[in-house]
Design a protein around this ligand. Structure first.
Ligand code: ATP
Length: 358
């Protein structure tokens, strides 16, 4: 439905996007994830039509909407937008915010006054604001304001909903609630969503696919579980969740970590870029601790943090700091204690699973 082809964007001599390729299917929920300044908002602005690419092209529903020479403006695209700042109109009531796009959006339908009123009520119902129709933005909480912005965006049934960090001004609990709301709305409206965030847990929780960006480039596009369990680059591994980038050597039978010639870690679908760099990405929960002298890499505990459901250890191994997460019921270790670090049995068993799947 959306086809971004070899798009680059320069702001004078600074290149904010480098030859980006991205295809978004109809009805798909895409999260664009990356650190500050990596080009997320630039990509969203190009999808909206606020500006054109320096090179490349963008097509929507089979029609070219942007090239370096010609850009179809936002008001001629069937899109809805939600921003971090809500961007509500102070002099308009909640109901008027929803009514306005129903009367002026390019996708508007001819409706009688009563049909218009009932569509406004219907949309307010979708976001749980039926009782607030007559209020003004200054009379609403942050969460309610963001619901108004959502209602305004979805009212004219856009094909594409663009959201730029829409929940980052909300507190943690409200953010969790709004994530569920947006997942529900996504199902009910069937619109494609492009959701920009720098919060990896948000991206993992809500998206069908995550686009991980770094310094103006796309590093990986994949469903959340694939991004987490099969990151393709060191950047993706360490940006999405905690990850130990263990150094060693790739051999035909697997990975042999430096400092432990006896261990062979199975290739858990680890991508080429890791192999090329002699790195094995391992999550803190995939490692386990035992008393020093047991099988594994020998190290020393530097920090211990109690987290309620887990104990987080920082362990010095081969002059690097590794993170190991153990359940609270596992044997405990204390700062300064010598330990052996190895892959959990369950992780080793994944080798058999991978073999079966082949
Ligand atoms: P954040 O998470 O902080 O919002 P972002 O990933 O959305 O960041 P962009 O806003 O897309 O990043 O900016 C990408 C890069 O382009 C940044 O280095 C930024 O400074 C630069 N940039 C953005 N807009 C302009 C502009 N109008 N002129 C010059 N440089 C710009």
């Amino acid at each position: 439905m959306i086809d971004v082809q070899e798009v680059s964007k320069k702001y004078r001599d600074f290149t904010a996007l480098h030859t980006v390729d991205l295809k978004i299917k109809a009805g798909e929920f895409i999260a664009v994830l990356g650190p500050s300044g990596c080009g997320k908002t630039t990509l969203l602005k190009l999808l909206a039509g606020f500006m054109g690419p320096t090179e490349g092209s963008i097509a929507m529903d089979g029609m070219q909407v942007a090239t370096a020479k010609k850009v179809v403006p936002p008001e001629k695209r069937n899109i809805g937008m939600v921003f971090q700042s809500f961007a509500l109109w102070p002099h308009m009531s909640v109901a008027d915010h929803v009514k306005f796009p129903l009367e002026y959006h390019p996708n508007r339908k001819k409706r009688s006054r009563s049909e218009l009123e009932s569509r406004v009520q219907e949309v307010l119902g979708l976001v749980g604001l039926e009782a607030f129709a007559k209020r003004y933005p200054s009379e609403l909480s942050g969460g309610q304001k963001q619901r108004v912005a959502l209602a305004r965006a979805i009212a004219p049934l856009p094909n594409l909903l663009l959201m730029d960090e829409p929940f980052s001004a909300l507190d943690v609990e409200l953010r969790m609630e709004m994530r569920k709301e947006i997942q529900k709305l996504h199902k009910e409206t069937g619109a494609s969503i492009v959701f920009v965030t720098h919060d990896q847990s948000e991206a993992l929780a809500i998206a069908d696919r995550i686009v991980v960006m770094n310094a103006g480039r796309i590093e990986q596009i994949a469903p959340p579980e694939v991004i987490y369990t099969r990151p393709e680059t060191p950047f993706v591994a360490s940006f999405v969740g905690k990850c130990n980038l263990v150094e060693g050597q790739w051999k035909t039978e697997g990975f042999v970590p430096d400092g432990d010639a006896k261990s062979v870690w199975p290739d858990l679908g680890v991508a080429r870029s890791f192999k090329a760099n002699g790195i094995f990405p391992v999550r803190p929960e995939q490692l386990q601790l035992a008393l020093a002298g047991n099988a594994g890499l020998q190290g020393q505990v530097s920090f211990v943090q109690y987290q309620g459901n887990e104990i987080h250890y920082t362990v010095e191994v081969n002059e690097a700091m590794w993170t190991v997460h153990e359940p609270v019921y596992a044997p405990r270790f204390h700062v300064g204690e010598a330990v052996a670090v190895s892959l959990k049995t369950a992780v080793l068993q994944e080798r058999e699973l991978a073999a079966v799947m082949k």
